[in-house]
Design a protein around this ligand. Structure first.
Ligand code: NAD
Length: 342
C-alpha cells in the first residue's frame, strides 16, 4: 500500500533535513508518495499569507504530514505558521518522546520521558493588545474542555504504551483560576484511571529543577501549551539537545510530525544540522501509518549509527554532515539487520 503524505520542508535548515529524512524513510521500504507544499516567509509574496489554504487542504486530504521547521519573525511580522497550523487543524496533542540514545554524551544515560503538551490554547491563543503606548496584555485561555481532552490523551497514551505514571505540570499556586482549572481537569480525568495509572502534579518551576536532577522519577508529563514548549527544550537538553528531539501533533482529523527544534538559520544550507529529530519524527509517522516494523527499523538503524560513533554530526561531537549521516543510516537499513533497541 502506498501512503500519500504531505511534506512541508520548511525553511532555514528545514529543506536539507527534509531531504535527508525522505531518503531514510524511503530506504525503509515503505511506499511513500510525497505531496510537497511550502509555507512561511518564502510564499508570502505569492499567496499573501505564510500559510496558504492549499497547504491546509493537502494535510486535511492526506491526514498525515511531515514538517520541517518554519521561521517566525520575533516581536513583529506574521503570526507563527507552526502555531496557526496546529490550531487550524485542531492538532490538540503535541507528543514529544524524550529518550536517551546510547553514544550521545549527556548527563544521564537512562532518560525515558514523554511530554504531552496542550497545543491549541493558553498564551498561544494569540490574543494580545497594547494598553496605551506603554503596556501590553496577553490573554491566557484555559478551558475545561481542552484541559480534560489533553489529560485524557495523556492517560490513554500511558495505558496504550505501558507507562506507569502521569504528572500534571502547572503554576496553580499563582494562576489559581487558569492553571487551577487545568489542574482540576487533570484530577477529574485521573480519577477514572485510578489503580491503573499513577497520578501526581508538580509546580512548573520545581518540575524544571526535578527534571534536571532526577529525570528518572518521571514518566508521562502533561502540560499546558507554554510550559510544554519550555519544558520540551529542557528535556531535549537531557538527551543530547534539540538535534535529537522528535515530536508529533495529533488531532482527530490529521497528524503532523515535526521536530521540537526550530529553523536554526545560522546553520542553513551548510550540510551541518543534525537530521535525527526529523528522522525520528518520521519514524513516529511510520508507526502512526501502521508501518510498525519500518518505524522500528528506522529508529534502530539510527541508534546503531549513533552508537558506533563513527558518523556523528557536529552537535554530537562528530564531523559528519547532514547528508553523510543520512547515508550511514540508509546503508544500515539496506544491509545488515539493525540490532539496537528501538
Ligand atoms: P532553534 O531550535 O532553531 O535553534 C536553537 C539552537 O539549537 C541552534 O542555534 C542550534 O545550536 C541548535 N539546533 C537546533 N536544531 C538543530 C539541529 N537539527 N542540528 C543541530 N543543532 C540544532 O531555535 P531558535 O533559534 O530559538 O529559533 C529559530 C527560528 O525557528 C525562530 O524563527 C523560531 O520561531 C523558529 N521555530 C520554529 C519551530 C517550528 O517550526 N516548529 C520551533 C521552534 C522555533
Amino acid at each position: 500500500m502506498t501512503h500519500r503524505v504531505t511534506l512541508i520542508p520548511g525553511d532555514g535548515i528545514g529543506p536539507e533535513l527534509a531531504e535527508a529524512t525522505r531518503r531514510v524513510l524511503e530506504a525503509s521500504g515503505v511506499a511513500l508518495e510525497w505531496e510537497v507544499v511550502d509555507a512561511g516567509e518564502a510564499v508570502m509574496a505569492q499567496y499573501g499569507t505564510p500559510l496558504p489554504e492549499h497547504v491546509l487542504e493537502s494535510i486535511r486530504r492526506n491526514r498525515v504530514a511531515l514538517k520541517g521547521p518554519i521561521t517566525t519573525p520575533v516581536g513583529e511580522g506574521f503570526r507563527s505558521v507552526n502555531v496557526t497550523l496546529r490550531q487550524a487543524l485542531g492538532l490538540y496533542a503535541n507528543v514529544r518522546p524524550v529518550r536517551s540514545i546510547p553514544g550521545i554524551e549527556s548527563r544521564y544515560d537512562d532518560v525515558d520521558l514523554v511530554i504531552v503538551r496542550e497545543n491549541t490554547e493558553d498564551l498561544y491563543a494569540g490574543i494580545e493588545h497594547m494598553v496605551g503606548r506603554d503596556a501590553a496584555e496577553s490573554i491566557k485561555i484555559i478551558t475545561r474542555e481542552a484541559s480534560e481532552r489533553i489529560a485524557r490523551y495523556a492517560f490513554e497514551y500511558a495505558v496504550a504504551n505501558g507507562r506507569r505514571k502521569v504528572t500534571a505540570v502547572h503554576k496553580a499556586n499563582i494562576m489559581k483560576l487558569s492553571d487551577g482549572l487545568f489542574l482540576e481537569s487533570c484530577r477529574t480525568i485521573a480519577a477514572s484511571y485510578e489503580g491503573r495509572i499513577e497520578f501526581e502534579d508538580r509546580i512548573v518551576d520545581n518540575m524544571c529543577m526535578q527534571l534536571v536532577q532526577k529525570p528518572d522519577l518521571y514518566d508521562v508529563l502533561v502540560l499546558p501549551n507554554l510550559y510544554g514548549d519550555i519544558v520540551s527544550d529542557l528535556a531535549a537538553g537531557l538527551v543530547g539537545g534539540l538535534g535529537v528531539a522528535p515530536g508529533a501533533n495529533i488531532g482527530t482529523e490529521a497528524a503532523v510530525f515535526e521536530p521540537v527544534h526550530g529553523s536554526a538559520p545560522k546553520y542553513a544550507g551548510q550540510d551541518r544540522a543534525n537530521p535525527t529529530a526529523l528522522i525520528l519524527s518520521g519514524a513516529l509517522m511510520l508507526r502512526h501509518l501502521g508501518e510498525l516494523d519500518a518505524g522500528q527499523r528506522v529508529e534502530a538503524a539510527l541508534r546503531v549509527v549513533i552508537a558506533e560513533g563513527r558518523t556523528l554530526t557536529r552537535d554530537l561531537g562528530g564531523s559528519a554532515g547532514t547528508r553523510g549521516f543520512a547515508d550511514a543510516i540508509v546503508s544500515r537499513l539496506g544491509s545488515a539487520p539493525a540490532v539496537a533497541r528501538a
